[in-house]
Design a protein around this ligand. Structure first.
Ligand SMILES: NC(=O)c1ccc[n+]([C@@H]2O[C@H](COP(=O)([O-])OP(=O)(O)OC[C@H]3O[C@@H](n4cnc5c(N)ncnc54)[C@H](O)[C@@H]3O)[C@@H](O)[C@H]2O)c1
Length: 261
């Protein structure tokens, strides 16, 4: 399915990104593993990059090979460090990297964004999401956060709402669409990785425990990685602009509650 493909995976030093990199390599892909931290057990080619700044994103784009099959945007922050770094890494840096790499992606290639059930509110908060997605390029994120009054505790859910909205739009952005590059998202529920402990601090134990209880257990990185790689593969050739929940049924449960069915 992905044998022989050249796949860039960000956030590859830990959790979901690390597992995605390992599985991709096991399945015969040529993996470019990107992270700000060096992985304990390197897979493929490791490239150190800080995706929170335009400089970091540009340097990475230059260092990557000229021809790529897929980009998996997995790197992310929990929101614990505040709205500015969180929006920088989880949305503006991710979008800047995807747009910069578009010319290197082959026709029929793929971009896969790891969003979250935390982005569920994008429709309810559409005006805010549109305003923040409409800010072009890699802006001065501190200015954007101040102008739009994004509170630190909202940084994580807002970043994922923007990512889901942009995924749907990007599927129809000429730079991707005209060359048959599909753009999709995967939205996990709670997953046992180092970030989950930070979510407990940001969201509170009650919220995290209730999400886990709704579906019986937390996910693992092994539960998420196969869907990310499926979306990179040609088997997903007719899936575009989709946001696929991989959460044991959590989104269905939240939808039932919010929509009242
Ligand atoms: N674990 C969960 O419960 C959960 C749930 C829903 C969505 N997600 C999303 O899944 C993705 C992966 O998270 P995870 O659970 O594997 O967490 P993790 O903390 O294990 O991994 C995140 C990785 O991103 C890297 N990273 C952070 N900032 C970076 C930067 N500026 N430049 C480069 N790399 C950077 C970190 O070094 C780390 O290796 C994130 O986008 C997260 O929001 C996680």
């Amino acid at each position: 399915m992905i044998f022989g493909k050249t796949i860039v995976i960000t956030g590859a030093a830990s959790g979901i990104g690390q597992r995605t990199a390992e599985l991709a390599a096991d399945l015969g892909a040529d993996v470019y593993a990107v992270d700000m931290n060096a992985p304990a057990t390197p897979v493929g080619h490791f490239l150190q990059a800080d995706l929170s700044t335009q400089e970091g994103v540009s340097a990475l784009a230059q260092a990557l090979p000229a021809r790529l099959d897929a980009l998996c945007n997995v790197a992310g922050l929990s929101g614990q460090s505040g709205a500015v770094p969180t929006l920088s890494v989880n949305f503006y840096g991710l979008r800047a990297l995807s747009q910069l790499l578009a010319p290197k992606l082959r026709e029929g290639g793929a971009v896969v964004n790891v969003a979250s059930i935390a982005g569920f509110g994008w429709r309810a908060n559409l005006d805010r999401a549109k305003a923040l997605v409409d800010v072009p390029g890699f802006p001065d994120v501190a200015e954007v956060v101040a102008e739009n009054d994004v509170k630190d505790e909202e940084g994580y859910p807002v970043s994922k709402e923007l990512l889901v909205l942009w995924t749907l739009r990007a599927a129809h952005e000429a730079r991707f669409k005209d060359r048959g590059i599909r753009v999709n998202a995967v939205s996990p529920g709670p997953v046992e990785t180092p970030i989950l402990e930070q979510f407990r601090e940001v969201l509170g134990d009650a919220r995290v425990n209730s999400d886990i209880e709704r579906v019986g257990r937390a996910g693992t990185s092994q539960d998420i990685a196969p869907t990310i790689l499926f979306l990179c593969s040609d088997a997903a050739r007719w899936i575009n602009g989709a946001n696929i929940p991989v959460d044991g049924g959590l989104e269905a449960s939240v939808s039932a509650e919010v929509l009242g069915f």
